[in-house]
Every structure is written in C-alpha cells, then in structure tokens.
Design a protein around this ligand. Sequence first.
Ligand code: NAD
Length: 504
Amino acid sequence: MNTVETATPVAVPLWIGGKAEAVTSGRSGPVMNPATGEQIAEVGYAAAADVDRAVVSAKAASHEWRSTSLSHRAEILFRFRDLIERNKQELAAIITRENGKTIADAQGEVARGLENVEFACGIPHLLKGGYTEQASRGIDVYQIRQPLGVVAGITPFNFPGMVPLWMLANAIACGNTFVLKPSEKDPSASVFLVKLAKEAGLPDGVLNLVHGDKVAVDRILEHPDIKAVSFVGSTPVAKYIYETGTRNGKRVQALGGAKNHMLVLPDADIAMAADAAVSAGYGAAGERCMAISVVVAVGSVAGPLIAAIRERAGRIKVGPGADAASEMGPLITREHRDRVASHLDRAVAEGATLSLDGRKNPMTSRKGFFLGPSLLDHVRPGMACYEQEIFGPVLSVVRVSTYAEAIRLINENSWGNGVAIFTQNGGAARQFQFDVEVGMVGINVPIPVPVAYYSFGGWKNSLFGDLHMYGPEGVQFYTRAKVVTSRWPDPAASKVDLGFPQVR
Ligand code: NAD
C-alpha cells in the first residue's frame, strides 16, 4: 500500500475491474480538509457510461464469484479483515483528513466497520438453509439462499469507512458482486478499502467503485443489471432512492436521517446522564445518525441536568481532528456549518433559550469549518430546531412534566432511528422499551448502535424498505430464497395422478 498515493490523492480514482480508472464525464468536485478549509483532492463525478462500465465489470465477475466455495470466500474476507486491522491507523487518518472527525473517533469507526467484516467471515454458517426430511413419504424439502447478482451501495459522508463495510462485506460474502458509490465529500476511504480487498485476493470485478453525484446515483437506480440497492443518507434522498429503485424493480433498503431523543427520568443519576448527553450530542460534531439531538427532561430533573450539560459542553476542546488533544473536530463543509449555526438565531426567535452559543468558540475564527457546542433550552415541537435534522453540535432540551408526555412527544416525531432512556428504575425502562416507536433503543446507553450480529435500522422516516442493514437481515437482503422439493422414487411405482399434490 502506497501511503503517499492513498493519503494525499490529487485525483481520486474510480475502481473498475480491479484497477484505478478516470471518469469520462469531464465533471469533478473538490475534496476539502474541513480542519483547514483547503482543498486536498479532486474527485471525478462518474457519467452514466462510467457506471455502466462498473456494472459490466461486476456482471462479468458474477458467475465465477457465486460459484466460488464459501470457505474460499470466507478466507478472502479473513485476509481483508487482517489487512484493515493492520492498516487501521492509515485508514483512520484518511477519514480524519477528509471528514474532520477526531482520530480517536475515526479509529472507533474503523473498529465498528471491522465488526461487519468479521461477521461476514462466518458466511458458511450464515447461509445454512433449513432441511425437512420426509415432508411427505419419500419427499424432502429444503431451502437455499442464493445471491442476487450485481448489487450497489450508496453511502453518506459521515461514516466514510464504516458504512461501506456495513454493506459490501455481507454483499460479497453472499456471492454478489458490488458497485459502491460513496459520498463525493470524503471518497478516499473507499479507495483505500477496495485496494485492500484486492490485496486480500478478491477477484477483479467483484468490488467496483464509482464516485459522483445524482448522475451516478440515477444511473444505478435505473440500470437493469443492478438487482438491489442499499442506501444510507438523508431522509429526502432515502425516500427518492426507495421510490425510484423499487419502481425500477429493484430490492431497496434506504436508511434516512434522524432526530434521536434521550429521555431522562427524575430518578436518573444526573452526572451520568449529563456525561452521556454531552458525549452522544457533540461527539463527531453531532454528525452521527445516532447522535442524541434532543434531551427530554422529565419534571424536576431539568434544572440540574441542563446545568450539568452546559458545564461539560463548555469544556469540550474543539480543534483539528488530527490533533490528539481535540475532542470535537470541524463540520464537513462551510455551507453545512453555516446552516447549522443559522438554527441558533431562528430557535431564539421561535422562543427557545440559547444556553450555550457555539459561535463564540475561538475556533470559529479559523479557516476550517468549526462550530463550538451549542445548547438550546425550552425547545418545543413546531420549532425548526425540533422539526428539522440539524446534524451538527446543537443539543436541544425539551422540558416535559410526565413520562406520558415524553413518550407521546417521541412517538409523534416523524423519525424513529435511535432513542435512549436514562433511569435507575428497571420497570420504567422495561415499559419504555415496550412503548417507544423507534428502531434502536438504549437503556442507559446513549448511542445504541447494534453490534454486527444484530441488524441496524430505524422506523418511520429513518428507514424505507423492509429489511434493516447488516447482520442477519443484511444476509437476507443480499440473498433470495429458493425452496426445493425432492424425491427419488422407484420409477416402477410411477403413475399419472391429476390431483393437486398433498402431503401423505
Ligand atoms: P445525503 O443524503 O446528502 O447523501 C448520501 C448519498 O446520496 C451520497 O452518496 C450523495 O452523493 C448521494 N446524494 C445526495 N443527494 C442526492 C440526490 N439528490 N440524488 C441522488 N443521490 C444523492 O447524506 P449526507 O449528507 O452524505 O449524510 C448525512 C445524512 O445521512 C444525515 O441525514 C444522516 O442522518 C444520514 N445518515 C443516516 C444513517 C442511518 O443509518 N440511518 C447513517 C449515517 C447517516
């Protein structure tokens, strides 16, 4: 692996048929370092013809790859896993350079992505079907799961290493070939990963990479040889991907945005709840789909909890992600930073109290896209800061009087990705788990991202499609079932029987 070439790419390449290629579109965009505000690379935006080349390559590799034994596929995944592990510092550094998150956070992202490769290494076990002997006299019935063919993944900027691994590890383990379209804002982690996959022995064409914008995405959605699309990104785009992809006959799972609530009951340990709210609200500068963006404080807990959050948030060290002392890095672009900051004045105009103003953080005067932690109190439904996904370091507090009021608020929210409850009362937590209409629930756990052997996905506007991502549901998504009914009778006993077959 050439460190210089991958860590500081001048032009970010496509990866088709096992080698780097350039786009034919003549269109491209800048890749920025959010910590310095400077351009560090240029990424070509694929034309429809570039996507077509990637699909031709994936299709050509498809038959041979699905014919490869499960143990050989697992062997390659093991080597891929080891190569990621060995190169994890470099991968994390690439993520930090283009995304802005801190090195520690990028390392955490790589570790969680690696879990998905480890899960996929168990593919021989995961693809075991059911077998029923003697379903009828002398008749056996069994189910097998087969790959779909060429499948595609479209991923967001906020996890440029982990989310591609959520998808591609299971997809290729199941015997599919894959076309990845990562975020054009931080595409180099994907280039690094596809090179490692080749080094691990993955045959050319099994994993292809195209970069770009809506042009590339639209071609993926309409290409007749792409059988399934996995998407992670904002809700409006997720809805569009789901509607367009399914209209074109594809299997689609499209994970969207979020507004994750953290419910704090009056009996909660205030210090522990404040630590959790600050960690989950401001970690990765709030650019996590599982970030806590709303604290719901019940009754008397509000005053002391808000004071504890404010005190901790005010101490967060904002700085470049590559600086080991930084706890929170910049946001992804200047436009996004400014959009996040614009929520603060609007929230105040709509009646919220600005308890901590991130615009006053000294780092905001730098060229990078920095914004300090902000805290909004007395937020209510109907305010833009509550109704919209801010996706930045802004934590809102909604004060309610009762648990019933809190659960109604959370269930009426249009998103249902993650949620957390902080309490010392097991019965209350059990009731919350039963009542809440959200896909991933944390009990005294602020960021309940499921481990790789469960599946990830929200409810309501946080997921379009039936199956969640990765884990067992990922294997289900990337395969289709075939049921075989089989008998080996004595031909001498054969006769015509026009009746509908019944079990005997
Ligand atoms: P985004 O929706 O802007 O982009 C996601 C992908 O879609 C990118 O590859 C992008 O190139 C492509 N895209 C963007 N606009 C498009 C369009 N109009 N037509 C077709 N393709 C388009 O999302 P983002 O800003 O990269 O990521 C942040 C969002 O992702 C947040 O909303 C966050 O909540 C969400 N997210 C969700 C999850 C989850 O698991 N639910 C995980 C991570 C991020």
